[in-house]
Design a protein around this ligand. Structure first.
Ligand code: ADP
Ligand code: MG
Length: 267
C-alpha cells in the first residue's frame, strides 16, 4: 500500500522517515522525526538546518549504511537503500583524497572500487579532471594541491562514477569564501552537463540558494521539516552575480526566518 503511495517517477522519496539511535536503551536519541520529501530526477535540492538536526543521518539513510533501521519508508530510484548501491555517489566535506595516489588515480579511485576496467577509468578520470580545471595536474600528488584543488579532484571523482544520484555533505564547508564561490560555479557546470539528482547539505544559506531548485529547511533536533522553498531564479546562474539580485536577498531573509522559527519551535 505504502509502495503505491510512493510516486513512481521520483528519484528520491522519503515518507514519514523517523530515525532513533539506540532504540533499545533509555538514552535513545530521536534524530529525525517523520521527515517526508521527494526529488524529481535531475533536481538539485539543499537541506539546511542547525547542527545536529539529522542532515547527515538522512544522507546515511539514503545510502543504506546505517545499521539500525529507520521507521517509515525511503526509496532511491524506487528501491530500498542497500549499502554499495551504484546508483549513489557520496561526497564529504573533509578532504578524502589518498595521499599516495596522483590526482588522476584519486579521480579514478571510486571507479576502481566499483570494478570498472582500467582504460575506461583513466579516460573518464582525465575527462572529469579537465572539466573541473585540473587537466594539467593529473600527475601531481594531493600535497601539491591547494584545498580548493583537492575538492575539485573530489568533485571529479564523484562525477566520474556517473551515478544518477549524488549526496553531498557540506562539500565546500571547509573552504574560504572566494574558493567556495569558484567551486560552486564548477559544481553548477558539472550538474547541468551531467544531469544528476543532488541532495546537498550545507549550513550556508547563500550557497543553498545559489545552487538549488528547492531548499528544505529543518528544525533543530529532532529534525523535522519546517519548509520546502522553491528557488525560482533563472539558470544558468552565476553565484557571484546572484548576490546583486534583490530576489536572492529576499530568499535569504525568508530562509533565515524559517531557520529561526525551526530553532524556536524545538526549544
Ligand atoms: N551513529 C549514531 N549514534 C548515535 N547518535 C547519533 C549517531 N549519528 C548521529 N547521531 C545523533 O543524531 C543527531 C543528528 O546527527 P547528524 O545527522 O550528524 O546531524 P547534522 O548532520 O544535521 O549535524 C545528533 O544528535 C547526533 O548526535
Ligand atoms: Mg552533518
Amino acid at each position: 500500500m505504502l509502495q503505491q503511495l510512493m510516486s513512481a517517477n521520483s528519484a528520491i522519496e522519503l515518507r514519514d522517515l523517523t530515525m532513533r539511535f539506540g532504540s533499545q536503551t533509555t538514552s535513545s536519541v530521536l534524530a529525525v522525526d517523520r521527515v517526508s520529501f521527494s526529488l524529481a530526477p535531475r533536481e538539485f535540492v539543499s537541506l539546511i538546518g542547525p547542527s545536529g538536526c539529522g542532515k547527515t543521518t538522512i544522507l546515511n539513510l539514503l545510502t543504506g549504511l546505517l545499521t539500525e533501521p529507520p521507521e517509515g519508508d525511503v526509496r532511491v530510484l524506487g528501491k530500498k537503500p542497500t549499502a554499495g548501491n551504484p546508483d549513489i555517489a557520496y561526497m564529504l566535506a573533509r578532504d578524502s583524497l589518498l595521499p599516495w595516489r596522483t590526482t588522476l588515480e584519486n579521480a579514478a579511485y571510486g571507479m576502481e572500487v566499483r570494478g570498472l576496467p582500467r582504460s575506461e577509468r583513466e579516460t573518464r578520470a582525465r575527462e572529469l579532471l579537465k572539466q573541473v580545471g585540473l587537466g594539467d595536474f593529473a600527475d601531481k600528488y594531493p600535497k601539491a594541491l591547494s584545498h580548493g584543488m583537492r575538492q575539485r579532484c573530489a568533485l571529479a571523482r564523484t562525477f566520474a562514477l556517473d551515478s544518477p544520484v549524488l549526496l553531498m555533505d557540506e562539500p565546500f564547508g571547509a573552504l574560504d569564501a572566494q574558493t567556495k564561490l569558484t567551486l560552486e560555479d564548477v559544481l553548477m557546470k558539472l550538474w547541468s552537463e551531467h544531469q544528476k539528482t543532488v541532495v546537498f547539505v550545507t549550513h550556508d544559506l547563500a550557497e543553498a540558494i545559489a545552487l538549488s531548485d528547492r531548499v528544505i529547511v529543518m528544525s533543530a533536533r529532532p529534525g523535522r521539516i519546517v519548509a520546502d522553498v522553491p528557488i525560482d531564479l533563472p539558470r544558468p546562474r552565476s553565484v557571484r552575480k546572484l548576490q546583486a539580485d534583490h530576489r536572492f536577498h529576499d530568499l535569504y531573509a525568508q530562509l533565515w526566518g524559517l531557520l529561526e522559527q525551526g530553532v524556536a519551535g524545538s526549544e
